[in-house]
Design a protein around this ligand. Sequence first.
Ligand SMILES: Nc1ncnc2c1ncn2[C@@H]1O[C@H](COP(=O)(O)OP(=O)(O)OP(=O)(O)O)[C@@H](O)[C@H]1O
Ligand SMILES: [Mg+2]
Length: 256
Amino acid sequence: MILLKKLFMRLRNKGTGESCELEEVDRLKKEFLSIASHELRTPLATVKNAINLIADEASGPLNETQRKFLMMANRNVDKLALIINDFFLLADLESGCVELSRNEVDINEDIENAINIFSDLAKVNQVAISFEPDRTVKTIIADRQKILNVLTNLISNAIKFSHNGGAVTVSTTRHNSDKGFVQVKIKDTGIGIDKKDHDKLFRSFQQIDSSLTRKFAGSGLGLAICKRIIELHKGKIWVESEAGRGSVFVFILPVK
Ligand SMILES: Nc1ncnc2c1ncn2[C@@H]1O[C@H](COP(=O)(O)OP(=O)(O)OP(=O)(O)O)[C@@H](O)[C@H]1O
Ligand SMILES: [Mg+2]
């Protein structure tokens, strides 16, 4: 923590000093983020280990209530770990220090994988999820892990913001105006988004309902991460939606 404080002070002084050198500020920012990341992740891993040990009854038998509370703590540690990961991924993406690891990616196969990850959640939320692939879309050159990250963010949103009995449809096509692109659509029949809010969605920490009493969990980082990943691939992402009429999130990626 002391290290973090020192770095923060140096950053502040640099930022206000007359001979502020952008490169040095940038280097300090990266150093700050990397230390902050370590300082947050290490204690969290220790808490997670302790929870696992208690759950395995290493410290003695647990009664049902104790197990219930422990599982509640476990779920929240997992949630916090995801938020920390998203936060640092976004910081990396924004500072431009993320390098894509480009390979041949079968986008249809990855969509099937992403849908499988959410099949249980879709069942619990009573949302039907289907895939309409264009099988003429073969492989694209992209960073597989990052594209999976985009797909999981968009599919989880589509399920999260749907009503019971709703439907989510994912589809692939070749992009109409330019055959050098593949287009992926994630369509839902959920709550929809008012046109006036479309612009702010892709900014970090932006949620339509940001009240403390809001119904949907999340930290408002998912779409900001998606936008940066897609743009890093020289693609585009946008939303077509109206309040109460479902949403369609669309992204296009160059094949090569
Ligand atoms: N499919 C959708 N239908 C309706 N609203 C949506 C949809 N996807 C996103 N939104 C709106 O956009 C906001 C930002 O989405 P984003 O994925 O960035 O954040 P989040 O889902 O709230 O949190 P996180 O993804 O960090 O867990 C959401 O809070 C919601 O208001
Ligand atoms: Mg989200």
